[in-house]
Design a protein around this ligand. Structure first.
Ligand SMILES: Cc1cc2nc3c(=O)[nH]c(=O)nc-3n(C[C@H](O)[C@H](O)[C@H](O)COP(=O)(O)OP(=O)(O)OC[C@H]3O[C@@H](n4cnc5c(N)ncnc54)[C@H](O)[C@@H]3O)c2cc1C
Ligand SMILES: *[C@@H]1O[C@H](CO)[C@@H](O)[C@H](O)[C@H]1NC(C)=O
Ligand SMILES: *[C@@H]1O[C@H](CO)[C@@H](O)[C@H](O)[C@H]1NC(C)=O
Ligand SMILES: *[C@@H]1O[C@H](CO)[C@@H](O)[C@H](O)[C@H]1NC(C)=O
Ligand SMILES: *[C@@H]1O[C@H](CO)[C@@H](O)[C@H](O)[C@H]1NC(C)=O
Ligand SMILES: *[C@@H]1O[C@H](CO)[C@@H](O)[C@H](O)[C@H]1NC(C)=O
Length: 560
């Protein structure tokens, strides 16, 4: 009697569970495969980690459906009624309210300063992403701002013979330079202390750069490839969060699998495969001809015909180093080179409980404003000394919905990594010092906006560093968790979209000696294997479908 092919999926995140769901539901009642999902952690979901904080539902990882038009995640969410909830959840009112933009030293910035820079930044990004073209600029109303982008792009062409290896960071700064060159006489600014117009404009621009760092996970935008930016695809329509939590999508995908298919606490330490010449493996009751041997941290192992690897790019980067081989024999150079060239960064979320007066929850009238934060540049002598370095590239601090007492900030790059090492007390002190640094450095006055009753409960003293305003703290730790080693991938300078395609190629390579006997031994899915939707949950979803279909097609089952 022929054995059923055994498929082992490594990782119970979005990609792994989508593949498992597809393989299981496509092969009818006489299930053609023996299917196992092995997960190193003690929960399913991977970088989807819905949680709860002070009575609100929050997301430690994936947060948004990036455009509802055509999103498979949105479709599932709708079908399972995950978009309805009685319990308050993160961003239930969208990007709530008009944010106040505050510059270090306590200056609330007038829209006449912020808006032109915000528009400039948006247009530069639209241009980089290919949403703003020469054609649309000719007819559109933003021709002026388009010109700055075009000038920035042109400077690039003339100085470097094409976009080649240029970064988004360099392009953005050239755009700001072009803007300044074109608008020299905008007059002096008064009433902003030692901030000059140019310093303020640069700092507002830097605030948007910091937001972009969290969107892309590129800790340094000078390492984010310019050309690949225009290959990235977004779905049209609204961006929303999932009322019942992102995990409800994961649970739905897993729900079709019989008990025992998903095995938690099964961390894979080694994958032995047979790129050429096959040997049978000795097992307790004889020899087994399955080509792949998967070893676990407890010393046990499992044999498989096919393994779908869905671990993060960070885990692959660390597992394909010279001395730490997760694969035996090691992955071929075309794979390891793509793995090392692509970018993978750290993004973390920090949740803080805010209460205006001791531990009493905020009431409706005492709302923490949605803040956009503008800091002095690192070189500036005007920096408020008590604001810690790890806070200084954070673009915002806002309630997670209109009147929530839970505040959220996003961190990227080395500041995000540093955040993971801090104690709750250090975090509270740092955030308090930052909020204080946003207050006027001069003598506090009752009429100052941020000493208003809504902000400090009418008590100016409670606004100093000793005031009890922040209670509990919860932060994600994607960078140091060995099952993730970061947050999501990006195309780094020196890499390209082609490397994402390379990530997706199965092994052994087609046409190699053993591929005829034992094809598709190792398949790759996961966010970092999708050329146009990398870094997202739906990218991970598509990649899981892709690899399930590859196997279904191989066994002549019909996939979609
Ligand atoms: C802070 C943050 C915010 C985000 N925001 C959004 C957002 O708003 N919208 C969006 O679309 N996406 C967002 N993302 C990205 C999204 O979460 C990921 O792209 C997606 O969840 C990745 O799914 P995956 O299946 O590819 O990988 P993972 O979810 O990482 O799944 C891989 C699984 O493999 C397991 N594993 C790792 N090593 C081993 C091993 N050796 N043995 C066994 N198992 C192992 C891991 O534990 C994990 O469960 C965000 C991510 C983060 C971190
Ligand atoms: C948020 O609060 C403002 C006023 O404080 C109110 O006008 C608005 O309707 C509220 N939004 C939601 C979604 O509750
Ligand atoms: C912004 O500043 C301009 C010019 O200084 C002023 O005319 C305008 O009233 C200000 N707007 C607001 C909302 O304060
Ligand atoms: C970019 O290209 C130029 C010229 O081809 C080269 O000198 C430079 O080292 C490259 N930079 C990076 C970061 O690859
Ligand atoms: C927010 O405001 C609404 C409507 O006023 C109220 O029902 C709700 O309890 C408030 N939530 C919090 C967390 O204060
Ligand atoms: C997932 O969420 C829990 C809180 O529910 C948290 O303790 C854990 O650190 C989170 N995982 C990561 C990697 O941030």
């Amino acid at each position: 009697m022929a054995k059923k092919p055994r498929i082992v999926i490594i990782g119970a995140g979005m990609a792994g569970l989508t593949a498992a769901n597809k393989l299981y539901t496509s092969t009818g009642s006489d299930h053609l495969f023996e299917l196992v999902v092995v997960e190193g952690g003690d929960r399913i979901g991977g970088r989807i980690n819905t949680s709860e904080f002070c009575g609100d539902r929050i997301e430690m990882g994936a947060t948004w459906i990036h455009g509802i038009g055509g999103s498979p995640v949105h479709q599932i969410a709708r079908e399972i009624h995950a978009l309805e909830s009685d319990k308050p959840w993160e961003c239930m009112d969208g990007f709530s309210g008009e944010p106040k933009t505050i510059a270090e030293g306590g200056f609330e910035l007038n829209a006449s300063i912020v808006d032109p820079i915000s528009t400039l930044f948006k247009n530069l990004m639209d241009f980089a992403q290919g949403k703003l073209t020469e054609d649309s600029a000719g007819s559109g109303g933003d021709a002026c701002y388009y010109n700055f982008a075009a000038k920035a792009a042109l400077k690039d062409c003339t100085s470097n013979g094409g976009f080649g290896n240029q970064s988004v960071g360099a392009f953005l700064r050239r755009g700001l330079g072009a803007y300044w060159d074109s608008c020299k006489d905008r007059g002096e600014l008064n009433g902003y202390g030692k901030w000059s117009r140019k310093l303020l404009e640069e700092a507002v621009f830097a605030m948007h750069e910091n937001t972009q760092r969290t969107y892309t996970s590129a800790g340094d935008l000078f390492n984010l490839d310019y050309e690949a930016e225009s290959e990235y695809r977004m779905f049209p329509g609204e961006e929303i969060t999932i009322s019942k939590g992102y995990l409800s999508i994961i649970e739905h995908l897993a729900s079709v699998l019989p008990p025992g298919v998903i095995q938690l606490g099964r961390k894979v330490t080694r994958i032995e495969w047979q790129p050429e010449g096959h040997k049978s493996i000795l097992v307790p009751n004889g020899y087994d001809s399955r080509p792949v041997k998967i070893e676990f941290c407890d010393g046990s192992f499992m044999l498989a015909d096919h393994v779908i690897v869905t671990v993060s790019l960070g885990v692959l980067k660390s597992g394909t180093g010279q001395d730490s081989g997760m694969f035996n024999p090691p992955l071929p150079p075309f794979k390891t080179e793509a793995i090392s060239r692509l970018g993978y960064g750290v993004v973390n979320k920090l949740f803080l409980q805010w209460s205006p007066n001791g531990n009493r929850p905020a009431n409706d009238k005492e709302k923490f404003p949605s803040l956009q934060i503008v800091f002095h540049t690192p070189e500036s002598e005007l920096r408020h000394e008590k604001i810690p370095g790890w806070m200084r590239r954070t673009a915002s601090l806002s309630p997670i919905y209109n009147n929530s007492s839970v505040l959220l900030s996003w961190f990227a790059g080395k500041e995000a990594l540093e955040l993971e090492t801090l104690s709750d007390e250090e975090i509270i002190n740092g955030v308090s010092a930052t909020v204080s640094g946003l207050l006027p450095v001069s003598k506090h006055k009752k009429e100052d906006k941020y000493n208003s009753p809504e902000f400090c409960n009418g008590n100016v003293e409670s606004c100093d560093d000793n005031g009890v305003r922040f209670g509990k703290v919860l932060k994600s730790k994607w960078g140091s968790d060995p099952l993730f080693l970061g947050s999501y991938s990006y195309v780094a300078v020196g890499s390209s979209g082609a490397d994402l395609d390379t990530m997706a190629e199965p092994l052994p390579k087609l046409g190699s000696t053993d591929s005829d006997h034992h094809p598709l031994q190792i398949l790759f899915a996961g966010e970092a294997t999708h050329r146009t939707h990398y870094s997202t949950t739906h990218g991970a979803y598509f990649s899981g479908l892709r690899e399930a279909n590859r196997l279904l097609k191989h066994y002549r089952c019909v996939g979609i």
